[in-house]
Design a protein around this ligand. Structure first.
Ligand code: AMP
Length: 393
C-alpha cells in the first residue's frame, strides 16, 4: 500500500481513475494517506524509499520511478496538512475522471463519504462478482449508483434463480417443504426477487450465493438485476426480524438528522443485545465531522432523536414489539475514529482477505463486540416508543 500510494503521488497528474474493488478498500487507502503523508512526502523530497518497505523486488521497482522532487513533496505536505480533507482525491489527483468502486448493496452507505473525499466525482460500479465466480457487468457504468443493474454473463458459469418472496419470512419455511423449483435465467420475470444459485466450472454445484437480486429489465435475452441485499443478515430480539436493507435504510434516515451538524456516519454495525431485559438493538456508529476541527459535536439529544428515527424506520413487527414489552429501546453507541479500521485489522489477522473484507453489518462474535465496546465514546437510547398501528384491513 505504501509503495503504491507513493507511485500514485509521483505520477499524480497521470492518474485518471481512483478505485478499489469495494468502497471500504478505497476509504482505507485514504485513511492510509492520512496516517502516512509525512513519511511519503519525505521520501519524495529525498528520492529514497522508506526502510519500512523491505521487499527487494518492490524496492527495485520503486527505485525506477523515484527521484528527489522537493516541489511535489511540498505540495503533498501542504495539501495533506490542511484540516479539511474535502475533495482530497481531486486535489491529489487532479485529472481523476471517476471513482472505480462498488457502492451497491451494503457498500451504499459509503457514498456520502466518498462524495466528500472526491468532491462529488461519478462512481462507476462496473461489476458484480465473488470469489467463487464472476456474475455480471454493469452495462451503464456511469449511471447513478441508485440505478445500477448488473447483467449476468451466462458464459461465466451456469446460473439459476431461486424465487424469493420478500413477504415470506425465512422462519415460515419448514424443513418439510419441498425445495422451491429453480428458474433458468431466460425465464426470470421483471420485478421479481430471486436468490442466485450457481454451478461453476471449478466444481461448485447449485451453490447458493446468498444474494437476493431483483430483475429490472432484459439486455437482449439476458436478465439484468439490481442487488437487493445479502440474505440472512438479521437482527432479532423477539419475533422481529431486521435485514441488512432495513437496517441500512434506518441508519440513512437517522443520518439525515446529523447533517445540520456537519457530521456523517463513516461506518456502522449492529448487535442484538440480549443481555438486557428485554433485549434491544445496539447500533455502533463511527462518525466523521466535515470541514474543520471546530465543528460542533452533536449533543446527546440529537443522538437520542436518531435512535427514535431509526426505530420509526424499522418494520411494523419491530415497532409492535417495542410498544409491548418484547424489545427494549434502541441504543446508539458512538465509537471513536479508527475503530472500524481496528475491527478490519482484527479480521485480517484472523485470515480475512484485505481485498474482500466488508465491515459486518451485524456482529455476534465476542472479541469484536469487546473491541467495539472498549472504544465507545457515548451511549444513547431511544427516548420514546416508535409509532405503531395495526395495518388497516
Ligand atoms: P467475496 O466472494 O467475499 O468477494 O464476496 C462476494 C459477495 O460480495 C457477493 O456475493 C455479494 O454479496 C458482494 N458483492 C460483490 N459484488 C457486488 C456488487 N457489485 N454490489 C453489491 N454487492 C456485491
Amino acid at each position: 500500500m505504501y509503495s503504491q500510494m507513493l507511485c500514485g503521488l509521483l505520477v499524480r497528474t497521470e492518474v485518471l481513475r481512483v478505485g478499489a474493488v469495494f468502497a471500504s478498500g478505497l476509504l482505507r487507502a485514504i485513511r492510509f494517506l492520512q496516517l502516512h503523508w509525512k513519511e511519503l512526502a519525505r521520501d519524495i523530497e529525498t528520492g529514497t524509499l522508506s526502510a519500512k518497505v523491505a521487499e527487494p523486488s518492490i524496492r527495485a521497482a520503486v527505485a525506477e520511478v523515484l527521484e528527489p522532487n522537493p516541489e511535489l513533496a511540498a505540495f503533498v505536505a501542504a495539501e495533506c496538512g490542511k484540516d479539511n480533507w474535502e475533495g482530497i482525491i481531486t486535489r491529489m489527483w487532479p485529472n481523476t475522471r471517476y471513482l472505480d468502486v462498488i457502492v451497491t448493496g451494503a457498500m451504499a452507505q459509503y457514498i456520502p463519504t466518498l462524495k466528500f473525499y472526491s468532491g462529488g466525482l461519478p462512481m462507476a460500479c462496473t461489476m458484480y462478482a465473488s470469489s467463487e465466480c464472476y456474475f455480471g457487468l454493469n452495462l451503464r457504468p456511469m449511471c447513478d449508483p441508485s440505478e445500477v443493474s448488473y447483467t449476468i454473463m451466462p458464459n461465466m458459469g451456469y446460473f439459476e434463480l431461486m424465487p424469493h418472496d420478500p413477504e415470506t419470512p425465512a422462519a415460515a419455511v419448514s424443513r418439510d417443504d419441498p425445495p422451491p423449483r429453480l428458474v433458468d435465467l431466460a425465464d426470470a420475470e421483471v420485478g421479481k426477487e430471486y436468490e442466485l444459485v450457481i454451478t461453476t466450472y471449478a466444481g461448485l454445484c447449485r451453490y447458493r450465493v446468498g444474494d437476493i437480486l431483483q430483475v429490472t429489465a432484459f439486455h437482449n435475452a439476458a436478465p439484468q438485476f439490481r442487488f437487493v441485499r445479502r440474505k440472512n443478515v438479521l437482527l432479532s430480539i423477539d419475533s422481529d426480524k431486521t435485514d441488512e436493507a432495513e437496517l441500512q435504510a434506518a441508519v440513512e434516515r437517522a443520518a439525515r438528522l446529523l447533517a445540520p451538524y456537519g457530521a456523517s456516519i463513516v461506518e456502522y454495525t449492529s448487535e442484538a443485545d440480549a443481555t438486557t431485559i428485554p433485549g434491544h438493538y445496539v447500533v455502533y456508529w463511527e462518525l466523521m465531522l466535515k470541514g474543520c476541527r471546530e465543528a460542533l459535536w452533536p449533543e446527546a439529544a440529537v443522538f437520542e432523536r436518531c435512535c427514535l428515527e431509526m426505530e420509526e424506520a424499522l418494520n411494523s413487527v419491530y415497532r409492535q414489539g417495542r410498544n409491548g414489552d418484547a424489545i427494549g429501546p434502541l441504543e446508539i453507541r458512538v465509537v471513536r475514529g479508527g475503530t472500524f479500521e481496528e475491527v478490519m485489522d482484527y479480521a485480517i489477522s484472523r485470515g480475512a482477505s484485505i481485498n474482500q473484507y466488508k465491515a459486518p453489518r451485524c456482529v455476534s462474535f465476542g472479541p469484536i463486540i469487546e473491541l467495539l465496546n472498549s472504544r465507545v465514546l457515548s451511549k444513547h437510547f431511544s427516548p420514546a416508543c416508535p409509532k405503531y398501528g395495526p395495518p388497516k384491513k
